[in-house]
Write a protein that binds this ligand. Structure first.
Ligand SMILES: *[C@@H]1O[C@H](CO)[C@@H](O)[C@H](O)[C@H]1NC(C)=O
Length: 326
């Protein structure tokens, strides 16, 4: 029997609003198996739309029997930029979750990074628990890339995007420091390496999704047989680096719901009436038009700072126009 998701010590929910579709991903480690769930953005966000084993080509493993086995979704058969994003954020999510859980002492096989990387700086010394992202990345590489060893283009694409996702974690490590001393003075400062907010990883990979590189498939004859590799489609553009996402198939149209492509459609999506971009009502609603309703929201206002030290606020009601696609 499988553990209930709420009993998992190691899980994280990432909420990303992606256009033209929005999704939440949940990566969790069930024993040694990472699971990826895609949630329907509405009307019941708590309910995963489908879950699957992280290995995209071998997706019979569904986390919970109660979920629909609608597996042909985003993460997915086609080699699109959405697929590239899902691979990158899923492999980053596994690396992140493993690293965090090691630092929290959840596992006996890993812990803090005792090497701390480099001498202490001026006025501070190493202390606390540095998160060992190298270990998390290693575990993620083993999980996510284990079955990506075919000589075909799709395997090459998945390996590349998985690695791009993991690299994001390493690139965003930062020093966190804490002051010690009498009554809030900073006589002694200790610092440690910490992972970024996962939100920052999501935002960064979302930018990479927007600027993903289109590739073409090339076939080579090697001693082990035919091998497919990827080459940038447009010689005029800067070739992708190891941090860029790559894809070689065009995205389907996400305007209408389509279980085959994993599209939820854009009906009821909130759109921006003044934007000419992909979040604007014209493009996002695919020409179907939009509805407008007013929403009253309570907000803090007229805040006053009192010496010393607290802030008092009043509550104001503001009226907003909310636009949603027809
Ligand atoms: C809507 O789009 C405009 C123009 O792009 C932008 O300035 C504004 O911040 C957007 N509003 C929201 C709520 O995203």
């Amino acid at each position: 029997s499988r553990p209930h998701p709420s009993s998992l010590s190691l899980s994280l929910i990432l909420s990303l609003s992606l256009v033209p579709w929005s999704l939440s991903l949940r990566t969790a480690l069930l024993g040694r198996r990472p699971i990826l769930c895609v949630f329907h953005p509405r009307p019941r966000p708590q309910q995963p739309r489908f879950c699957r084993n992280l290995h995209p080509r071998s997706c019979p493993d569904v986390a919970e029997e109660t979920l629909t086995s609608d597996l042909s979704g985003l993460c997915v058969s086609a080699a699109t930029r959405e697929s590239a994003f899902v691979h990158a954020i899923a492999s980053a999510g596994v690396a992140f979750a493993v690293t965090r859980s090691c630092a929290e002492g959840t596992s006996t096989i890993c812990g803090c990074d005792s090497h701390h990387k480099g001498p202490p700086g001026d006025g501070w010394k190493w202390g606390g628990c540095s998160e060992d992202a190298d270990f998390g990345v290693l575990v993620s590489r083993e999980f996510a890339d284990a079955r990506e060893n075919r000589p075909d283009a799709r395997s090459a694409m998945n390996r590349h995007n998985n690695e791009a996702g993991r690299t994001t974690i390493l690139d965003h490590m930062h020093l966190k420091c804490k002051c010690h001393g009498l009554s809030g003075s900073c006589e002694v400062k200790t610092c440690w390496w910490a992972q970024p907010d996962f939100r920052a990883i999501g935002d960064y990979l979302k930018d990479k999704y927007d600027s993903a590189s289109e590739m073409v498939v090339e076939k080579h004859r090697e001693s082990r047989g035919w091998v497919e590799t990827l080459r940038a489609k447009y010689a005029l553009f800067k070739p992708p680096t190891e941090r860029d996402l790559v894809y070689y198939e065009n995205s389907p149209n996400f305007c209408e719901p389509n279980p085959e492509t994993g599209s939820f459609g854009t009906r009821d999506r909130t759109c921006n009436v003044t934007s000419h971009g992909i979040d604007g009502c014209d493009l996002l609603c695919c020409g179907r038009g939009h509805n407008t309703r007013t929403e009253r929201r309570k907000e803090k206002c007229h805040c006053i700072f009192h010496w010393c030290c607290y802030v008092s606020c009043q509550e104001c009601t503001r009226v907003y126009d909310v636009h949603t696609c027809k």
